[in-house]
Ligand binder design. Structure first.
Ligand code: GLV
Length: 328
């Protein structure tokens, strides 16, 4: 019997490809060429499965052109590159890679918060540029982290990880806002208090965004929200580009309406809005919050396990639209 055909849309670990090859006919992209939508469709149109990352948009147009497709397995916890409703309507399973990146991503969120509050990259640029002539009492004075108020918007697993680091490691007072309130036991574990979004923005010294992207969360932070924040506050976005209005943020940073921002994700990435590149009080990283080799391996393994689980054994591990399974 011939093996199912799958497409691995981006470069991944050779070991992941080898695992997949044991079960499937695999077309790879180990040169990591950026495909246009037409190229993606051309490569996917005769495949039953796709190994995707957040970069490949799977929408109604792609689905209409790929009638054999049964599953798209994302090597990412976020899945806003999938039109899940269109996938469900076409009977195509969507899977993501939750849990395996939670702690690593929470570590990074905290690293970005620390770097932003304590002006690490700005001061390093100053030093590298040969501008450091003498010590002075207020040179690169930043914001306190320990004992300050941490506001988390989006209290899923990663948000909870950041809350625990802040509350238990740094003695921070933690407030959070989320679509739904955590149960009391989880709130106690995270030492976090539920507040409205406006109260959070007005009271937090550091605001961290970990909310999934959707039409409803587009520009969760725009000019009105930035205006509510303290002028001494920092903003950290490790969620998705589009959660923050980058133009409004660059203006707020330029005018010192907030103190600083740390951004791992951008609207229209990998392009970064030029205004963000010209303000000094922002720490910029290229969407690397889950980037450690063990974690990226675990994410790749989970995406591969979903493909094998579903196409070979009929049992995916982390389905996003399990309704599809009923009909298979
Ligand atoms: C990364 O952004 C992910 O969603 O896993």
């Amino acid at each position: 019997m011939s093996k199912p055909r799958i497409l691995v849309a981006r470069s991944v670990f050779p070991e992941t490809i080898a695992r997949l090859q044991a079960h499937f006919d695999v077309e790879t992209n180990q040169d990591d060429r950026g495909w246009s939508k037409a190229e993606l469709i051309d490569k996917l149109k005769d495949k039953q499965g796709a190994f995707t990352t957040g970069s490949e948009r799977i929408d109604a147009e792609v689905l209409a052109a790929c009638p054999e497709l049964k599953i798209c397995a994302n090597m990412a916890v976020g899945y806003n590159n999938f039109d899940v409703d269109a996938m469900t309507a076409k009977g195509v399973l969507a899977t993501n890679a939750p849990d395996v990146l939670t702690e690593t991503t929470a570590d990074f969120g905290f690293a970005l918060l620390m770097a932003t509050a304590r002006r690490i990259t700005e001061s390093e640029h100053f030093l590298r540029a040969g501008k450091w002539q003498k010590w002075s009492y207020d040179m690169f004075a930043g914001a306190e982290v320990h004992g300050s108020t941490l506001g988390i918007i989006g209290m899923g697993r990663i948000g909870q990880g950041i809350a625990k680091r802040g509350a238990h490691g740094f003695g921070m007072k933690v407030v959070y806002h989320n679509r739904s309130r955590l149960d009391a036991a989880l709130e106690a574990e995270c030492k976090a208090a539920y507040v409205g979004k406006e109260e959070l923005l007005k009271t937090a010294d550091h605001v961290v965004l970990v909310v999934p992207y959707s039409a409803a969360s587009h520009h969760t932070i725009g000019a009105p929200e930035l205006a509510m924040m303290k002028p001494t506050a920092t903003l950290v976005n490790i969620a998705r580009g589009g959660i923050v209005d980058d133009v409004a943020l660059a203006a707020a940073l330029r005018d010192k309406r907030i103190a600083a921002a740390g951004l791992d994700v951008f609207e229209g990435e990998p392009k970064v809005h030029p205004d963000l590149l010209t303000v000094p009080n922002v720490v910029l990283t290229p969407h690397i919050a889950s980037a450690t080799i063990p974690t990226r391996r675990a994410m790749a393994d989970l995406a591969a396990d979903n493909l094998i689980g579903f196409l070979v054994h009929g049992k995916p591990l982390t389905p996003l639209n399990p309704a599809v399974l009923g009909g298979k």
